[in-house]
Write a protein that binds this ligand. Structure first.
Ligand code: NOJ
Length: 745
């Protein structure tokens, strides 16, 4: 018996099929000003829309669905989609911040909560998780990413997909996940957004593709293509990667959508005029065309006449183009079927969407915020006593808007409890606050940052006056908490920056406060890893708090006053200097490796002082002292199918509870190609009561040492060599103990 999709496909006209490939923004909705029908309304009436993203209410989604069904001869419904990147109404910490929790269970919970909120407002698909590996802090979209490491990112991809889709996408409160951006968007040249990526196929396979493989295996229903080219071919035309690797090798059978005008942009990439761009994208496996409407415009003619464009090296018959259109349309309908929309077009659009309780979300957001904060330094200043007189200084002391971070499209700054309020609520007394300095000093930059809406508040007083005010407040305090960093629009899409360091006025503010002789606690609110330079040296305690969402400041307050213990670990390396990027702990060794200090003719920077401090991937302190015993292996020589067990004892030798993330890295001293200096193969998080001791064991198998050899994408194979490997276990990627293990052939 034919299924619903087959039946529809058999009945649909070419124009109806092309209509299904059109993915439009809700924009102004159905009417504008003097009740004029918008383009969207006209398209819906003509059956020319497959899905809509960015509706802002259940009522508007319902109204659009009614129009779509009325406009479609066969009554085919839309699906609704939204950018739910780190929460929907309840904004959680930025993805890069959440990744610093290394708590995949927590991340899954935040995704599940976001799914419930989004689905209560009629969303069926969310353009999330963003799982681009990001190693270049200049790239503004680091904020949305799970950080620099493929294993951590893969686990997050699974957690997010599970949280969003649940065991059954059709269950109430669940939505379909859309993995993005496929692929290597984080590897763009010089960290410039939308730029291209040229990289070894081995890097693509070993670093950038694994999170997508993991997300697909977890059942993600959708994938979004990225704007960049990979090795000369723009991803919206990359048949070998989309149809070849993603679907062919990796078995993905869901929907691939373009990014915003991504099909149209093939022309700017110089791949040809609109008809060529459309055929290339459709051939590559881009099923839906977001915003640009080039499929809608070009496909009717192409499907009649075919294409013969020798200057673009492209020729395809009309029959072939009709087949490609069918393929894409079938995939759109299949997703609609999976979403239950072919049975019930109003699924999820009922009058009373059961939104989860906001209070529960706030509680989760606060816990997530505290777990995302990374304590980088503490000269016995933290936690603060609630009796301490605190001066709270700097541009984020009373801030709400920036705390939401980038991609918080449905968030509301009024929901944020600011840091001064959070401290007051926790200690029973309001801290004295002062603005200190502006976030940026250059007016033109301020103007650019404000482009997407008023974000950056500016105080018209001079920097000297602002600092003087801060000093007056600081002099009356026992301890100074100074908030520095970047505005929410500093990070995110189209927000690459040349120099990812703390703004100069913030350095000057910290230096001035240090002169008071009082302990200075520096709290960094940012969307990317910033080089902290001298600020890290001067600080008596240093917290990296990112943009933590609606309860971000409360999470920081909890850490400052010991209501929560710091457990965050960096998911990205913090550079010592803004020029030493891109950067990763997993860089490959050179023939002249750096030896911890600059030496001529060895890899390094002449103008980077040896004292400059990087904070390594995986690093983070707590309020207790966790000691590692000597690790041991069940065997030191193993057969290829053996399971080896590494055991290490961790002891909480301090007076407070501690959550420790025990990290296991490996390195391969002899291989066929240059391999990363070390790479994460597993981690475990354990919570230890004061004085508690626990054995942590890792199961290790030979497959964890497979690596790709790829003279080309098609010829790629994953190989494993017998012989010696090294295992490194410890609290971060640098401070580890090593063991040798030999794999037999
Ligand atoms: C462009 C962004 O790159 C993508 O992440 C987002 O999902 C779409 N716009 C839709 O808003």
């Amino acid at each position: 018996m034919k299924g619903k999709v087959d039946r529809l496909m058999a009945e649909m006209t070419l124009a109806e099929k092309i209509g299904q490939l059109n993915l439009l923004p809700a924009g102004e909705g159905l009417v504008t000003g003097a009740a004029q029908a918008t383009t969207l309304a006209q398209r819906l009436a003509a059956g020319q829309v497959g899905a809509v993203f960015g509706t802002k209410s259940l009522a508007s989604a319902r109204a659009m669905q009614e129009r779509a069904i009325a406009g479609s001869r066969l009554g085919i419904p839309l699906f609704f989609a939204e950018d739910v990147i780190h929460g929907h109404r309840t904004i959680f910490p930025l993805p890069v911040a959440l990744a610093c929790s290394w708590d995949v269970g927590l991340i899954e919970k935040t995704a599940a909560f976001a799914a419930a909120e989004a689905s209560a407002e009629g969303q069926h698909v969310v353009f999330s998780p963003m799982i681009d590996i990001a190693r270049d802090p200049r790239w503004g979209r680091v904020a949305e990413s799970p950080g620099e490491d493929p294993l951590l990112a893969s686990r997050i991809a699974v957690a997010m997909t599970r949280g969003l889709q649940g065991p059954d996408m059709l269950a109430p409160g669940r939505v379909a996940a859309c993995l993005k951006h496929f692929v290597a968007y984080g590897a763009t040249q010089s960290g410039r957004d939308y730029d291209n990526a040229s990289l070894a196929w081995e890097d693509l396979l070993g670093i950038y593709l694994p999170p997508f493989a993991a997300g697909c295996e977890a059942g993600a229903a959708c994938v979004m293509a990225s704007f960049n080219a990979v090795n000369k071919v723009p991803m919206h035309a990359h048949a070998p990667l989309i149809e070849g690797w993603l679907r062919g090798r990796n078995g993905f059978d869901g929907l691939v959508v373009s990014d915003y005008t991504g099909v149209k942009e093939l022309t700017a990439h110089r791949l040809g005029p609109a008809p060529v761009a459309v055929v290339r994208a459709l051939f590559a496996g881009i099923d839906m065309d977001m915003v640009g409407e080039d499929y809608l415009r070009e496909l009717p003619t192409l499907a009649e006449a075919g294409i013969d464009a020798p200057e673009a090296g492209l020729a395809l018959s009309s029959a072939a183009i009709r087949d490609l259109t069918d393929r894409a349309c079938r995939r759109v309908l299949t997703l609609k079927e999976r979403l239950g929309l072919l049975d019930d077009p109003f699924r999820g659009l009922g009058a009373t969407g059961a939104a989860p309780k906001r209070q529960a979300g706030r509680k989760l957001a606060r816990r997530a915020a505290a777990q995302s904060v990374v304590l980088l330094k503490n000269n016995a200043v933290l936690p603060l006593s609630s009796k301490a007189r605190v001066a709270l200084v700097g541009p984020f002391a009373r801030d709400r808007r920036n705390m939401l971070g980038t991609w918080s499209v449905s968030g509301n700054a009024d929901d944020v409890v600011s840091l001064d309020e959070a401290v007051a609520a926790l200690t029973g007394k309001a801290p004295r606050t002062a603005w200190g300095v502006n976030i940026v000093e250059e007016p033109w930059l301020e103007q650019r940052l404000n482009v997407h809406g008023v974000t950056v508040e500016h105080d018209a007083r001079s920097e000297a006056e602002l600092i003087e005010e801060a000093l007056a407040v600081a002099r009356q305090a026992d301890v100074i908490v100074v908030t520095v960093g970047e505005a929410k629009e500093h990070a995110g899409e189209s927000s690459s920056c040349l120099s990812p360091d703390l703004p100069a006025p913030h350095h000057r503010l910290i230096a001035a406060l240090k002169q008071t002789g009082k302990p200075v606690v520096v709290v960094v609110f940012a969307g990317r890893p910033l080089a902290l330079g001298g600020a890290a040296e001067v600080a008596d305690a240093l917290l990296y708090a990112w943009h933590g969402g609606v309860a971000g400041p409360e999470g920081v307050a909890d850490i400052l006053f010991g209501a929560a213990t710091p457990s965050g670990r960096l998911c990205v390396t913090l550079p010592a200097h803004p020029g030493e990027v891109p950067l990763s702990y997993a860089e490959e060794p050179t023939g002249r490796p750096y030896r911890g200090h600059f030496q001529k003719f060895l890899t390094g920077w002449l103008d980077l002082p040896d004292t400059a401090r990087r904070y390594p991937f995986g690093f983070g302190l707590g309020y207790s002292e966790v000691r590692y015993g000597t690790p041991s292996l069940s065997v030191t020589v193993a057969a290829a199918d053996d399971r080896v067990v590494l055991t290490v004892r961790v002891q909480n030798a301090g007076p407070r509870e501690a959550t420790e993330t025990v990290q296991l890295y490996a390195s391969d001293p002899v291989a066929r190609i240059t391999r990363p200096a070390r790479f994460l193969i597993d981690f475990q998080q354990v919570t230890l009561a004061a004085g508690e001791c626990r054995e942590v064991s890792f199961q290790i198998d030979a497959d964890q040492f497979r690596y790709p050899i790829a003279p080309s994408l098609e010829a790629a194979e994953w190989v494993r060599d017998p012989g010696l490997v090294q295992l490194h276990v410890g609290p971060n990627s640098r401070d580890t103990q090593s063991l040798d293990l030999t794999w037999l052939a």
